[in-house]
Write a protein that binds this ligand. Sequence first.
Ligand SMILES: Nc1ncnc2c1ncn2[C@@H]1O[C@H](COP(=O)(O)OP(=O)(O)OP(=O)(O)O)[C@@H](O)[C@H]1O
Ligand SMILES: [Mg+2]
Length: 228
Amino acid sequence: MACPASPLTVEDLTFCWPTGQPALRHCNLSIPRAGLWMLVGSNGSGKSTLLRCITGLLQPQAGRIDTDLRPALVFQNPDHQLLLPSCGSDLMIGLRGPMDTDQRQQVVHQALGQVGLLGFEQRPIHTLSGGQKQRLAIAGTLAAQADLLLLDEPTALLDPESQREVLHLIRRLCSDPAKPLTALWITHRLEELNLCDGAALMEGGLVGPWCNGASMRSQLAPLPEGQA
Ligand SMILES: Nc1ncnc2c1ncn2[C@@H]1O[C@H](COP(=O)(O)OP(=O)(O)OP(=O)(O)O)[C@@H](O)[C@H]1O
Ligand SMILES: [Mg+2]
């Protein structure tokens, strides 16, 4: 059953590749409220396929996706979504709606500030660190007025410090009392589960129920015997 208050509800979604291989099998998912929600699951369980269906990059053969939010994908490798040479110009191309030059600059300035890159308008993208590039990719989604962020292993290529920065940035955006974002975050890094509002396990094209992130972490990686 679709929950009317849910920021995102996926019902009975089925997706098969042209080879006939099923990736999603009557998949259901309902995000209870705005916040940071994580998906874990083994390689090939259908996590990336699900995010691509939600953003419309892939067309499911059956099922429903209900959301009033504007989705945006954040990829593992930010080089796959940053297009133009400077930070400011890259954000400019994603802006929505009619805006004059001052308004455009204001939106870009604000989005850069939200991700800790204030004043980076003129910086060439190739001079950014991996973590800064990932934060710029997130700024791009904010400048484009996305409020449903779908993050596909966004920290997989980052060092521990940048990983923490990106995770805490999304955590903060999802806890903003004025306008909390909704994020669906795929990870294989189990320590990240401690910061989510709920985690679900994906297996064989199906998403399991939401659980507490820390419990999911210990369930997937129990401590060695003798350690409590
Ligand atoms: N372009 C494609 N063509 C055919 N099959 C594909 C394609 N991309 C993915 N698949 C298959 O779809 C299934 C789900 O893949 P998907 O990439 O969604 O898994 P995943 O859970 O994201 O895995 P990982 O943790 O490795 O990223 C797998 O069996 C995979 O082989
Ligand atoms: Mg994947």
